[in-house]
Design a binder for this molecule. Structure first.
Ligand SMILES: [Zn+2]
Length: 408
């Protein structure tokens, strides 16, 4: 009996000890991840929160019951640098497009003024580092679609003066000088005027963003641009075959010229199964988008929230599959395996897309740091992915701009 008791004790005590050790080791990783995350620059290159700034029910300064971004949740998630996206429907062109873009640029600046205890406007990588040292959220601007220059190259300079630090060459539709990845090709990539626009962006220190563009536009921009490119919110086509994502060869080509791919968390870009199921539901989705247009009119915040609700409903009805936030890690890891840790970053598409389960808003971002740490990534490489790669790219773009301006 005593021997049985002793044996039992060996089993239970050993098991208990093992549990205790693995429990404390797990806590040690969580602690390291927490310290690493909250001491890093966590820079997201694509957030559609700008649309929300026009909604009466939204307040950037308080915790909102919907959407993905506000100051309290950014603080909670350690997100301390953000590109607000300037976006209007790609079918709006010429002066109305310019006017609406300027309205949104003003709204971002005005919110930075209103919340100056928490936010500061940033134009350079050094500005972002200074904001971080001051404990403030660095606020930057990217223009999502070349249609917003109204086919006038002078707007590139004016946008640059207003603090725009990247411009996506097209959105879902072709603009007047660049083909989109989701439209029928009209220009065979970039027109000659489009190539001049890329050169002017280089001169102004505006990053050339190739998310949304057709593969041919991508290769034209890669050839023309004197500065490395950014894919501000795209994922990997090898993991989800969507034209908005990048092929392995494109990822290698961007990296070879020093560029950075910022992983987009949108369900269809992360998951092949979701993308396939959504494509199969296309008829239903077109119908609900027509109903949404009737309900929301030209209020993009309403349309975005409604679309998210519809997607969640289809998931809970079993018509679309569940997608875990861990897919984000798979896409990051795919890029790292292809080209190393210097060419990948975060470009969530928060407030512009439906998020995977576990990444419901920006407060969940520390999970990415912890997952990468558990996967064996070094602290230095994780800091690069969280923000340092984008800052290096910004510094390179700033250097090219200074060199080009000195030539004139
Ligand atoms: Zn987009």
């Amino acid at each position: 009996m005593r021997r049985i008791l002793a044996l039992l004790c060996v089993v239970v005590c050993t098991l208990g000890g093992t549990l205790l050790v693995s429990g404390s080791a797990a806590d040690a990783v969580a602690d390291r991840a927490h310290k690493l995350h909250f001491s890093s620059i966590v820079l997201d290159t694509h957030d559609d929160t700008t649309q929300r700034l026009f909604s009466k029910s939204f307040d950037l300064g308080r915790r909102n019951p919907d959407g993905h971004i506000d100051i309290p949740r950014m603080r909670e998630g350690g997100m301390n640098a953000i590109f607000f996206s300037i976006w209007i429907d790609g079918r709006i062109m010429r002066p109305p497009a310019v006017q609406k873009a300027l309205d949104q640029i003003d709204a971002v600046h005005e919110n930075v003024r209103t919340f100056s205890n928490d936010m500061v406007f940033a134009r350079t990588a050094e500005d972002v580092r200074r904001a971080h040292a001051q404990g403030k959220i660095a606020t930057l601007i990217g223009v999502e679609g070349g249609h917003m220059i109204g086919n006038d190259i002078r707007m590139v300079r004016i946008f640059g003066d207003l603090g725009v630090r990247y411009m996506t060459l097209s959105h879902f539709y072709n603009d007047e000088w660049a083909d989109s990845s989701t439209d029928k090709p009209a220009h065979n990539g970039l027109t000659d005027y489009g190539k001049d626009i890329v050169r002017e962006m280089n001169r102004q220190g505006i990053m050339v963003d190739i998310s949304h563009v057709s593969d041919k536009t991508f290769y034209d921009a890669l050839e023309i641009s004197k500065a490395p490119l950014i894919a501000s919110h795209s994922s990997c086509r090898a993991l989800s075959n969507h034209p908005r994502n990048m092929t392995d060869q494109m990822i290698k080509d961007v990296a070879a010229k020093g560029g950075v791919i910022q992983i987009n968390y949108h369900l269809a870009f992360l998951s092949q199964a979701f993308n396939d199921a959504q494509t199969a539901l296309e008829g239903d989705i077109v119908k609900s988008s027509q109903e949404r247009a009737k309900k929301c009119g030209d209020d993009p915040d309403c349309a975005s929230l409604e679309q998210d609700r519809e997607t969640r409903a289809l998931i809970s009805e079993g018509k679309l599959p569940h997608v875990s936030w861990e897919k984000i890690i798979e896409h990051i890891d795919h890029v790292v395996r292809l080209v190393g840790p210097d060419h990948v970053g975060l470009g969530s598409d928060f407030d512009g897309a439906s998020m995977p389960e576990g990444m419901e808003d920006c407060s969940k971002l520390p999970k990415i740091t912890e997952a990468l740490l558990r996967k064996g990534y070094s602290e230095e490489d994780i800091r690069k992915i969280l923000g340092e790669n984008t800052l290096r790219l910004m510094e390179q773009v700033e250097r090219v701009s200074r060199d080009l301006q000195a030539q004139r």
